[in-house]
Design a protein around this ligand. Structure first.
Ligand SMILES: Nc1ncnc2c1ncn2[C@@H]1O[C@H](COP(=O)(O)OP(=O)(O)OP(=O)(O)O)[C@@H](O)[C@H]1O
Ligand SMILES: O=P(O)(O)OC[C@H]1O[C@](O)(CO)[C@@H](O)[C@@H]1O
Ligand SMILES: [Mg+2]
Length: 325
């Protein structure tokens, strides 16, 4: 066995497949002669020394479970220099030589800053339902969340059709429209309102102008949640006011999108990226996110991974528009 430990933490919103990732990193590390410590409650647990060794048995029977056995947190303290200093001291005390961070853009931003301040090798794994990390085609948890949304929209469709209503369904994504756009395509929705498609023309007007009720008496519009208040309720209120003839309802899917057993796709992705993360460490890589591009594992420097505005393929907008006539 090699000296010291690798440390694993999950941070930010939980995502289905985080457990499969913890399992893969732990088992691959042990296979290659490393000892492993699990850090509880993300960066918060690193600061507060909530850490214990993980064995291969500790990660048995978790590949199929949603959430994260290590718990997660959004740590305000880690955003301060004092908090990160404490985290570094705890890492020294616990003899953790390499930190594996499973989380989203915020978590990897934190890792980047930490690695710049202290000489600590950090390796990131994209764990977020939002799919908003640059340099990877997919993030762990995205596929499961997408499938959950589609299952819900299929059910909403039954009542929308029966009552001849317009439903505005709000999905997560923070400031990224991947979940909205692709769930709209997969569920046969009539439109998606996403942040990446902001043009001079209002997306609601576009939808109305396209004549959404020419051939159908009910509609489903998927809307990305909005930090500026332009979520599903905003559009529903406008339709109620501007088009009182329509019967409008809103469903906010909320946190149910984050739960549940991971899809096969997420389990495989988590397993591949977990093993690749240990491989990367053995090759001397540091401060990179392990991603997947064109079905090949890639190493993406943190600075690139956290670039804002990962672009959405604009052809997806055309696909939805053409298929929703
Ligand atoms: N600028 C920063 N400096 C230090 N730490 C940060 C910074 N930004 C984020 N973090 C750390 O990462 C944690 C998680 O970030 P955030 O809440 O943005 O979630 P995320 O990782 O993007 O996941 P998701 O979007 O899927 O919920 C923060 O609570 C904080 O501890
Ligand atoms: O659990 P919380 O803190 O309400 O976070 C919600 C946010 O987390 C995310 O689900 C990502 O995990 C975003 O899409 C959403 O805005
Ligand atoms: Mg995020």
């Amino acid at each position: 066995m090699k000296e010291g430990y690798i440390g694993i933490l999950t941070s930010g919103g939980d995502a289905s497949g985080m457990n499969a990732t913890i399992r893969a990193i732990t088992r691959s590390a042990i296979c290659n002669g490393y000892k492993v410590k699990g850090i509880y409650r993300g960066y918060e647990g690193l600061i507060n020394d909530e850490i214990r060794e993980l064995t291969t048995e500790d990660v048995s029977n978790i590949i199929q479970r949603g959430g994260t056995i290590l718990k997660t947190a959004r740590s305000k303290d880690f955003e301060t220099a004092e908090g990160r200093e404490k985290a570094y001291e705890v890492m020294q005390k616990e003899k953790i030589h390499t930190l594996f961070i499973i989380g989203g853009d915020g978590s990897l931003t934190g890792a980047r800053i930490f690695a710049q301040e202290y000489d600590v090798p950090c390796i990131g794994l994209p764990g977020t339902i939002d799919n908003d990390l640059w340099g990877t085609d997919l993030t762990i948890g995205y596929d499961t969340a997408l499938n959950t949304i589609v299952e819900c929209v299929d059910k909403i469709r039954d009542t929308a059709t029966s009552h001849e209503r317009i439903f505005f369904v709000e999905v997560m994504g923070r400031d990224a429209g991947f979940l909205a756009q692709n769930s709209a395509i997969a569920s046969g929705a009539e439109a998606a309102i996403i942040p990446e498609d902001q043009t001079d023309t209002d997306q609601l007007e576009e939808f109305i102008k396209r004549g959404f009720r020419k051939t159908k008496n009910s509609s489903i519009v998927i809307v990305t949640e909005s930090p500026t208040g332009k979520g599903a309720n905003y559009y529903a209120e406008r339709v109620k006011k501007e088009y009182p003839q329509y019967d409008v309802r809103v469903t906010i899917l909320g946190h149910l999108q984050r739960g549940g057993s991971p899809s096969a796709g997420d389990r495989i992705l988590a397993s591949r990226l977990g093993c690749a993360a240990i491989q990367a460490m053995m090759e001397g890589q540091r401060n990179v996110m392990i991603g997947i591009r064109n079905d090949k594992v890639v190493y993406v420097p943190f600075a690139e991974a956290i670039k804002k505005n990962k672009p959405i393929d604009k052809s997806l907008i055309t696909v939805l528009n053409e298929l929703s006539i």
